[in-house]
Ligand binder design. Sequence first.
Ligand SMILES: *[C@@H]1O[C@H](CO)[C@@H](O)[C@H](O)[C@H]1NC(C)=O
Ligand SMILES: *[C@@H]1O[C@H](CO)[C@@H](O)[C@H](O)[C@H]1NC(C)=O
Ligand SMILES: *[C@@H]1O[C@H](CO)[C@@H](O)[C@H](O)[C@H]1NC(C)=O
Ligand SMILES: *[C@@H]1O[C@H](CO)[C@@H](O)[C@H](O)[C@H]1NC(C)=O
Ligand SMILES: *[C@@H]1O[C@H](CO)[C@@H](O)[C@H](O)[C@H]1NC(C)=O
Ligand SMILES: *[C@@H]1O[C@H](CO)[C@@H](O)[C@H](O)[C@H]1NC(C)=O
Ligand SMILES: *[C@@H]1O[C@H](CO)[C@@H](O)[C@H](O)[C@H]1NC(C)=O
Ligand SMILES: *[C@@H]1O[C@H](CO)[C@@H](O)[C@H](O)[C@H]1NC(C)=O
Ligand SMILES: *[C@@H]1O[C@H](CO)[C@@H](O)[C@H](O)[C@H]1NC(C)=O
Ligand SMILES: *[C@@H]1O[C@H](CO)[C@@H](O)[C@H](O)[C@H]1NC(C)=O
Length: 563
Amino acid sequence: MHAVVRFFGAFLAAAMLAPASGMQKVISQYGETIIVPCNNGDNKPSDLIFTKWKYTKDDGSSGDLLVKQAQKDDAKVSATDGYKDRINITDNSSLLITKATLGDQRVFTCMVVSINNLDEYPVEVEVRKRPSAPEIKNKASQLENDKLTPLGECVTADANPPAEIIWLKNNKTLLNDNKTVIITPNIATDPVTGLSSTKSSLQYTAGKQDMTSQFACLVRHVTGPDQVTAPVAFSIHYPTEKVSLQVVPASTVKEGDNVTLKCQADGNPPPTSLNFHIKGKKVAVTGSGVYTLSGVTRADSGEYKCSLPDNDKIEATATVTVTYLDLSLIPSGRVLKKYGESLEVKVEKNSSSEPTVTWTKNNSKLEKQPDFSKLTYGHAGMYVCEMSVAGIKRSASFHLVVEGIPVITRLTKQQSTDGKNKVLICEAEGSPQPNVQWSVNGTNSESSYVNGKATYRLTVVPTMNLTVTCQVANNLGLDSKTINVSSLIDDRRKEKQDLPEDEDKAKLIVGVVVGLLVAAAVVGIIYWLYMKRRQGSWKTGEKEMGTSEESKKLEENSHRPDV
Ligand SMILES: *[C@@H]1O[C@H](CO)[C@@H](O)[C@H](O)[C@H]1NC(C)=O
Ligand SMILES: *[C@@H]1O[C@H](CO)[C@@H](O)[C@H](O)[C@H]1NC(C)=O
Ligand SMILES: *[C@@H]1O[C@H](CO)[C@@H](O)[C@H](O)[C@H]1NC(C)=O
Ligand SMILES: *[C@@H]1O[C@H](CO)[C@@H](O)[C@H](O)[C@H]1NC(C)=O
Ligand SMILES: *[C@@H]1O[C@H](CO)[C@@H](O)[C@H](O)[C@H]1NC(C)=O
Ligand SMILES: *[C@@H]1O[C@H](CO)[C@@H](O)[C@H](O)[C@H]1NC(C)=O
Ligand SMILES: *[C@@H]1O[C@H](CO)[C@@H](O)[C@H](O)[C@H]1NC(C)=O
Ligand SMILES: *[C@@H]1O[C@H](CO)[C@@H](O)[C@H](O)[C@H]1NC(C)=O
Ligand SMILES: *[C@@H]1O[C@H](CO)[C@@H](O)[C@H](O)[C@H]1NC(C)=O
Ligand SMILES: *[C@@H]1O[C@H](CO)[C@@H](O)[C@H](O)[C@H]1NC(C)=O
């Protein structure tokens, strides 16, 4: 049916039906030309005299329209009313009526008059008009939750027959239940054109779920497919039932941080003002419901609340925990102590939770807090204590300096391998770094100083027996020691007697002996030489004075208390 209408479309737009009465029916579109057929084209008997079209007036009487003589080309219009300028007849005797109006909905009769007959073919004309696209008017700005609210009016104009309006929510038909949904239709007819305009008012009870609902209005009409408005959505107003309070940052808050309290109400629209309960004080905050605690301290830890200004019972609670860490270290700065003294180190802390503690000395990690019950030069250095709890790090430090009068720990001599000179080694402890003074002139004077231990070297070429004094001194005091050094000339003489100069030489020979032993070829000779050397040594009892002095010193040193 619709397809047919569309097929004839713009120019003819007519369709034929056979009504129950048996009378033929023609449907035409408003404003277009109506074609009223005469006996479906079978209307030209051979003895035709003329064809005449007439119509039935509103009062039931008959009115003439036109007459066409069989022999003539033109028809004679006999109408005197509005039809006078709107009608014509086709070659197959169809009546044409231009600019169809609703007034043309009546019965037109074709009279075929021949010599032997007079036939009448009445045709009923119906004029249809497709309604305008629907529009939603007087749209509500928002809907009240759980309250019947006029949502809008849907209008569609100038239809015939009247159009039907259907409200849709999410593409589903909304049905009137006279309670939560009330749909009031209204049809108005234009007194001039007779066309109908349909209006439908929708009152709707929204729920929160309708925040996402899409409303649309659909117009249904015999003339064609449904016409639908673009969907519209509404904001639903509902009161706040719950507030929530959020702390940002949600993770650890440390002293100095800025903390934001965000209070949110679930109503729509949200309340314009909210109350924050800050440390027993009520603070009204308008706008977005944000309260900022800037630069928090440990005193800001605790419970916070927010509530509705007009209803304290609707409230939310949040806890803020501010982590903190204070560290104080006694002593601090530069600490000067004497060798052998003790140093008490006091670490005091206040923290929100047990901190992790690390100690470093000169940037290298220590296992634990150092023990300074008896200070040595090795204790000197930069000490740093670092503590940390959740995101906070604190450190404190002191620079320990250990001072002491220099003490010579060892005074030894070594003959160079070529036997041309002797190296004197004077080892001492003391801080600040002691200066050395030798009682003899020498060459290649060297010194090193590490952790309070000083080592001084001096190379001498003794041409005679020497008594050498090593003296070490700093601003706190001095120490000295003496060593006897035999002349190189005497040494050479002794060498000729195959006597070892000192332990080193002996060791060297032992090394050679061992090498020979390994060779295993001359075991007997080696054994003999070995025995001979030992005999010689015991026989002469020759031993460097310095060597015995040296071992004595070493022994002394190992027993000496640390001062
Ligand atoms: C009469 O002629 C027109 C073309 O002039 C045609 O469209 C129409 O179908 C014809 N009517 C009948 C009933 O044959
Ligand atoms: C009626 O139609 C004929 C052709 O079918 C045309 O020649 C004539 O001018 C038309 N008359 C009117 C009044 O339109
Ligand atoms: C309604 O139906 C149309 C097409 O039929 C579709 O595009 C639209 O997404 C649907 N809307 C909803 C809310 O389902
Ligand atoms: C709504 O009320 C009208 C009259 O007030 C009644 O005709 C109609 O049947 C009712 N509809 C429903 C669904 O109750
Ligand atoms: C806290 O906020 C102030 C401005 O209100 C800003 O200057 C400061 O840098 C912020 N502090 C932190 C730790 O973000
Ligand atoms: C720790 O807190 C107490 C009491 O508030 C205070 O007296 C002390 O000085 C604090 N200690 C440190 C290391 O800040
Ligand atoms: C530690 O540093 C100090 C200077 O800060 C330095 O005198 C000392 O020798 C260093 N100690 C160690 C063990 O490196
Ligand atoms: C060491 O040499 C200086 C000159 O370089 C000289 O004055 C001094 O007497 C010498 N001392 C000894 C002990 O030989
Ligand atoms: C050097 O001392 C040694 C004993 O240690 C002695 O035998 C030698 O004669 C002395 N030489 C001189 C030149 O005094
Ligand atoms: C050094 O030799 C002298 C004699 O030449 C002697 O009196 C003195 O005790 C010796 N010193 C040492 C430390 O052996």
